[in-house]
Design a protein around this ligand. Structure first.
Ligand code: RUQ
Ligand code: CUA
Length: 653
């Protein structure tokens, strides 16, 4: 039956292709990517499931989206740094603390680089991390609940871009600053930047049992821009590599002044050495102020704590820990191959790719063959560390990923293409256009020791004519290439949400079997939970009113409440008593200044309502939960501030 369906679909694909040929216009038509076999490759029949999960950063949406590969179907948007009315994240009392920062409540960010936790350099599917660029933060998301569990702010950082990449046993999630800033922040003239600003590279430990984050130390580097980073792996485990630009330390007209040097650097950081130095009492404690927000799965509640200190490390105090590898032309991406031998610097203003050799780097360090220093940090000789150059013929290389067969795939922004080349021989094997202006690309596991090299997803910055127009604003566009053969084959286009920068992917079987289905009501430790409907009640405490409410198809208990007054602050604490997979109930009330709540089975969430007008006001369930969903409603009677109507409520008996 399945074969037959594919056959029919294949025929359909051919006829579509034929019909399409005559009237297609624009650049894309000449490519003729759609073929019957391409259609079959991405077709996941109704009722069947995808082979891979793909997590695409949402960029300026601040969130993370979950897709299936190869279908390109979007499964979920996970709210991380942005308020999200769909679930009430950042609106409910329980989740507001997750968005607390030293700048107060910051309900948005620019999320760039997701990375899945690893054990021995292989994806282990416990957590996924992502960075907030704008108000520097790192988030940890559970891959069993697919919810944000923790957010830590990164002090002394700005434009937290060379983040969030993890070491091969998830010892650290690493965050580097894009903008150098005064450390500590202070009032000073901008034109005194040079020599005075610092670039903080932060090493945040991840507790192996529960994933808890702790900012262990910050390396205070010279005032360059730290653009991207990747961990060493295998033989280079223990090192971390960061691309830099603006080694000129310019502070205005950056597009000209920061491109003067022919070469910038890749900074190689031996974090094991620094870790040891710190363990032996090295480093300087500096006053700081940054938020650490943790969400507890059992209390269903987030808490925010302000941290007051950070340990900083001056790299010149730890000999042998930090080196600069000259790398041409303002490199952007910094990628390490699965063996850990090659470090690729994608010089965004060049045509060639520079590949450094880890072994050569170690030999050069041991031979102390330096080419001067920058702020006390030794600069290695370019020729001594160079493994090879990929003469690609493309323009504007940005990012590189790897398959399991010794091939690398690099995106070229300016020439809009993906180029496949061979590690070690540097020969170009294939190139395929992207539509248009590709940024990152992702191969599931392509950022680990064990890539699953079946598909590459290219994430494009410009969409133009790929979809039906939707006014001036178009969603960004991703493209899937089949890379199982020698040549890449473009097999699918799909729209994405926000601006995906990086992505991370893994085989479905790593996550699907352990994906949480419900929260156990018996394990609900929420302070305001209503565990039995008999406990449903309303309590007044001055002008604060707490409503302990439970929900089950299709009833709110209590459903009618009287004795609320204008000027009260009403807390609806709603516990969902369902213990069935995929049966949320929603809650919303007229005039509420937040969003609805979507409460998962066994969970408690709280919404605040401040009634401003006398009347009888309805509330209702926002999720179509049963045939009697439209009956899932209630009323609140709101009386004048000075009335003496007693609190009363109906338990629906
Ligand atoms: S970026 S398109 Cu990772 Cu933010 Cu390169
Ligand atoms: Cu509960 Cu609709």
């Amino acid at each position: 039956m399945k074969k037959y369906k594919h056959y029919v679909f294949a025929l359909l694909g051919v006829s579509l292709l034929l019909a399409g040929c005559g009237n297609q216009t624009g650049k894309s038509s000449s490519n003729g990517a759609l073929s019957s076999s391409a259609a079959e490759k991405v077709y996941v029949a109704p009722g069947e499931q995808d082979e891979y999960y793909a997590f695409l950063s949402g960029g300026y949406s601040g969130n993370l989206t979950v897709y299936g590969l190869p279908s390109g179907r979007m499964f979920k948007e996970i709210p991380v740094f942005s308020q999200f009315p769909t679930s009430g994240y950042g609106y409910s009392e329980e989740t507001k603390p997750m968005l607390n920062t030293s700048f107060g409540f910051v309900p948005w960010d620019d999320a760039h680089h997701p990375d899945i936790s690893q054990t021995n350099g292989e994806l282990d599917g416990r957590w996924i991390f992502i960075n907030g660029n704008n108000t520097p933060r790192i988030a940890r998301i559970s891959l069993s609940t697919f919810e944000t569990e923790e957010i830590i702010e990164v002090p002394n950082s700005a434009g937290n871009h060379s983040s969030s990449f993890i070491t091969e046993n998830t010892e650290y999630v690493v965050a580097g600053t894009r903008f150098s800033v005064p450390v500590p922040q202070r009032d000073m003239p901008i034109n005194e930047y040079k020599g005075n600003f610092k670039g903080a590279l932060s090493f945040i430990s991840v507790a192996p049992d529960n994933g808890r984050l702790n900012l262990e130390f910050q390396v205070l580097m010279p005032g360059f821009n730290y653009d991207l980073s990747h961990p060493g792996r295998g033989k280079s485990h223990g090192w971390f590599f960061f691309t830099t630009y603006n080694t000129e330390e310019a502070n205005s007209l950056m597009e000209v002044n920061s491109s003067q040097n022919d070469k910038d650097f890749i900074a190689a950081i031996n974090w094991k050495k620094i870790e040891e130095y710190v363990k032996n009492g090295g480093g300087t404690k500096m006053p700081a102020n940054y938020a650490h927000n943790v969400y507890d799965e059992h209390t269903h509640t987030g808490t925010s704590t302000m941290k007051k200190e950070v340990l900083t490390v001056d790299p010149t105090e730890v000999p042998g820990a930090v080196f600069f590898l000259p790398t041409p032309k303002s490199p952007h991406g910094c990628d390490v191959d699965p063996t850990g031998q090659y470090i690729i610097g994608n010089g965004k203003l060049s045509a060639d790719l520079t590949v450094h050799s880890f072994d050569k780097m170690i030999a050069a360090i041991e031979g102390e063959k330096f080419d001067g220093e920058a702020y006390g940090i030794p600069i290695l000789k370019f020729e001594d560390v160079l493994a090879g150059t990929v003469k690609s013929g493309g323009l504007g290389p940005l990012h590189t990923e790897f398959d399991a067969n010794g091939n690398a795939y690099t995106t070229f922004f300016i020439s809009s293409e993906v180029v496949k080349w061979k590690l070690g021989t540097w020969e170009v094997i294939d190139r395929k256009p992207t539509f248009y202006s590709v940024g990152h690309l992702m191969i599931p596991g392509g950022n680990s020791r064990k890539p699953f090299g079946k598909y590459v997803v290219a994430m494009n910055k410009i969409t133009k004519d790929r979809y039906l127009p939707t006014g001036p604003e178009m969603e960004h566009s991703a493209q899937i290439y089949d890379i199982s053969g020698e040549k890449m084959e473009l097999i699918y286009d799909f729209p994405t949400h926000g601006e995906p920068h990086y992505a991370a992917g893994c085989p479905a079987e790593l996550l699907a079997p352990k994906s949480k289905k419900i929260y156990r009501l018996s394990e609900n430790k929420h302070e305001f939970a209503t565990i039995s409907p008999n406990d449903a009640r309303v309590e007044r405490n001055g002008k604060e009113v707490h409503i302990y409410m439970s929900t089950i198809r299709s009833h709110f208990t209590p459903d009618n409440i009287e004795g609320i007054k204008v000027g009260d602050k009403v807390y609806f604490h709603i516990t969902n008593h369902e213990q069935d997979f995929d049966v949320p109930h929603g809650f919303s009330i007229i005039g509420q200044n937040t969003s609805e709540l979507l409460v998962m089975p066994g969970q408690t969430k709280t919404s605040i309502w401040e009634p401003k007008q006398v009347g009888v006001w309805p509330f209702y369930c926002t999720d179509f939960c049963s045939a009697l969903h439209q009956e899932m409603q209630g009323y609140v009677r709101v009386s004048p501030a000075n009335s003496n109507i007693e609190l009363s409520w109906s338990l629906g008996e």
